[in-house]
Design a protein around this ligand. Structure first.
Ligand SMILES: Cc1cc2nc3c(=O)[nH]c(=O)nc-3n(C[C@H](O)[C@H](O)[C@H](O)COP(=O)(O)OP(=O)(O)OC[C@H]3O[C@@H](n4cnc5c(N)ncnc54)[C@H](O)[C@@H]3O)c2cc1C
Length: 446
C-alpha cells in the first residue's frame, strides 16, 4: 500500500505514448518532502522518482505503483564562478540551468537533444550528447549526488566512494534511490552562438570518413539519415559545430514556437508521406550545405521548437530504437539495420547516426560505449513494428551491441542482460522499495 500522501491515481504516458498506465502521483515541493515520499511505504508499495517524462518507453513508468514527480524541486543551491561547479535540486530542467549558466559564460558539459529534461533524469539515464567523442556522458561531469533511500538514509555519493553507489546511480534508471540534488561541472564558453557546418553524404562509407575527420577538431557532431533513400544505402546530412570564440552570451527564454494540438491522423505516417518528407529534407539540407553561425538552440534542441511533437505519431504512439555497436561492427551492422528498415517500409521522420568515442561511461548501466549509435522513431503499427524491431535486435546482439533503456519499451530480458554485463554488480544497489515497468519487464521477460 502507498501512503495517503500519494494523490489519486493518474493515467500517465511516457514520451512514446504507447501505453497509459494508472499510477499514484506525488509532487513534492521541498527536498524533505521528497525524501519522506520514498520512505513512508509499507512492504507492498513500490515507488519511482520521475522527471519531465522525456524517456520514450517505460523506464519512467510504475503502473499501479507510486511515482514521485520531481519537477517542483527546481532550485539552484550553489555556483562557483571560478570553477563552473554548480549544485542544484534534481528536478531543475536543463533549460533552466542554461538560463543561469550562459550569461555567466558557462554551458552544460553534455546535453541531450531536449532541454526539457531534469538534472535527475539526465543522471539516471547517464545521457549523452553530440560531443560524446570528446566529453563522454553527463555522468563524467558529476562530482556529487545526494540520494534518499527508502530506509530513511540520505547518502552523499562521490566518484570512487560509497561502495559503488555512485556508479550504480549514474545511469541507474531511478532504481537506487531518489536523487535529491547533484553537483556537476559546467564548461566555459565565450559566446552563446555556435558555428555549424552541414555536409551531405551519399552513403555510410562517406559518413564514417567525415565522422573520423571531424572528431579531431569539432566538439559536436551528429547526422540525420534518410532511412527510405536508395534501399537503405544511408544517405544523409552530417552536422558539426563548435562554440564561437567571442560574442554575446544570451540564453533564450523558450524554444517552443508551435505546438501540435492533437494526435495526428494516420495518413501523415503513411509510407509515401514519410518517404517524401525524407527526400525533401535531404534535398533542402544539401541546398543549405556549408557553414553558418546560429544560436545554440536550433543546433542542440531542434525538436523543442515544436511543442508535443510526439502527437504527430497519432493515437498509437511511437517506439524509439537506439542501439550502439562496437566500432569494428559499425559499418556492417548499420547497413544491415538500414536494409531491414527500408525493406519493411517502416522508417520515420527522425533517424540519427553518430559515433561514440572511447571515454568510459561512469555508470554500471550507462548506455554509451565506443562505437556507432543509430536512433530511429517508428510509428507504432503493432505486430509489424514489433517484428521489425526484433529483427534489428538480432543484428545488435550479433554485433555485440546494446539498446538504450531510456528509449526502450519492449526489449527482452535476454537482450538487456547480454548488453549490460555489469547488471549483477548493479543489482545489490537497487533500493528494495523502488521499481519501474521497465525493471519488472527485463527482470521477468525472457
Ligand atoms: C526530443 C528528445 C531528444 C532526446 N535526446 C537525447 C540525447 O541526445 N541523448 C540522450 O542520452 N537522451 C536523449 N533523450 C532522452 C532523455 O534525455 C532521457 O530520457 C532523460 O533521462 C529524460 O529526463 P526526464 O527528466 O524527462 O526524466 P524521466 O523521463 O521522467 O525519467 C528518466 C529516468 O530517470 C529517473 N529519474 C528521474 N528523476 C530522478 C531522480 N530525481 N532520482 C532518481 N531517478 C530519477 C526515472 O526513474 C527514469 O528511470 C531525448 C529525449 C527527447 C524527448
Amino acid at each position: 500500500m502507498l501512503p495517503p500522501s500519494f494523490h489519486e491515481t493518474q493515467a500517465l504516458r511516457s514520451w512514446g505514448r504507447v501505453t497509459q498506465p494508472r499510477q499514484f502521483v506525488q509532487k513534492p515541493a521541498w527536498l524533505n518532502q521528497a525524501a519522506a515520499a520514498v520512505t513512508a511505504l509499507d512492504h507492498d508499495g513500490s515507488v519511482l522518482p520521475v522527471g519531465l517524462g522525456r524517456s520514450y518507453g517505460d523506464t519512467a513508468l510504475n503502473p499501479d505503483g507510486g511515482v514521485v514527480v520531481t519537477s517542483a524541486l527546481d532550485r539552484l543551491i550553489d555556483f562557483d564562478a571560478a570553477t563552473g561547479v554548480i549544485h542544484a535540486e534534481a528536478g531543475i530542467s536543463l533549460g533552466s540551468l542554461l538560463a543561469f549558466l550562459i550569461p555567466r559564460g558557462f554551458f552544460l558539459p553534455v546535453t541531450p537533444g531536449s532541454q526539457f529534461v531534469t538534472l535527475g533524469g539526465a543522471i539516471a539515464n547517464d545521457v549523452h550528447g553530440k560531443n560524446h567523442h570528446e566529453a563522454g556522458t553527463f555522468g563524467c561531469w558529476v562530482e556529487e549526488i545526494t540520494l534518499a533511500r527508502s530506509d530513511g538514509t540520505i547518502q552523499q555519493l562521490q566518484p570512487g566512494r560509497n561502495d559503488g553507489f555512485f556508479a550504480a546511480t549514474i545511469g541507474g534508471l531511478g532504481l537506487t534511490g531518489m536523487i535529491l540534488s547533484a553537483r556537476f561541472k559546467a564548461i566555459p564558453i565565450r559566446s552563446s552562438l555556435v558555428e555549424t557546418e552541414t555536409i551531405p553524404f551519399a552513403n555510410l562509407a562517406e559518413f564514417f570518413a567525415i565522422a573520423q575527420e571531424s572528431e579531431t577538431s569539432w566538439p559536436y557532431t551528429v547526422s540525420w539519415i534518410d532511412c527510405f533513400g536508395s534501399r537503405g544505402a544511408g544517405r544523409g546530412l552530417f552536422s558539426r559545430a563548435r562554440h564561437v570564440l567571442s560574442g554575446e552570451l544570451r540564453a533564450e527564454a523558450d524554444a517552443t514556437r508551435v505546438s501540435i494540438p492533437f494526435e495526428a491522423p494516420g495518413i501523415l505516417l503513411s509510407k509515401p508521406v514519410l518517404q517524401a518528407f525524407n527526400a525533401l529534407y535531404y534535398t533542402a539540407g544539401k541546398r543549405h550545405r556549408g557553414t553558418r553561425k546560429t544560436s545554440y538552440k536550433p543546433f542542440f534542441y531542434p525538436l523543442d521548437a515544436i511543442g508535443q511533437w510526439n502527437l504527430l505519431y497519432g493515437r498509437q504512439g511511437l517506439y524509439q530504437y537506439q542501439s550502439v555497436v562496437p566500432p569494428a561492427a559499425g559499418p556492417e551492422a548499420t547497413a544491415e539495420m538500414l536494409r531491414q528498415i527500408a525493406a519493411a517500409g517502416q522508417g520515420s521522420f527522425l533517424a540519427v547516426l553518430k559515433t561514440f568515442g572511447p571515454r568510459p561511461s561512469p555508470g554500471m548501466l550507462s548506455f554509451p560505449q565506443e562505437g556507432t549509435t543509430l536512433a530511429l522513431d517508428f510509428p507504432n503499427r503493432g505486430e509489424s513494428t514489433l517484428a521489425l524491431l526484433a529483427r534489428l535486435d538480432d543484428i545488435v546482439r550479433a554485433a555485440g551491441g546494446r539498446l538504450y533503456p531510456a528509449k526502450d519499451g519492449r526489449m527482452s530480458g535476454d537482450l538487456f542482460r547480454a548488453g549490460y554485463p555489469r547488471l549483477a554488480e548493479f543489482e545489490p544497489h537497487v533500493d528494495p522499495k523502488f521499481s519501474s515497468a521497465f525493471w519488472r519487464r527485463v527482470k521477468t521477460a525472457g
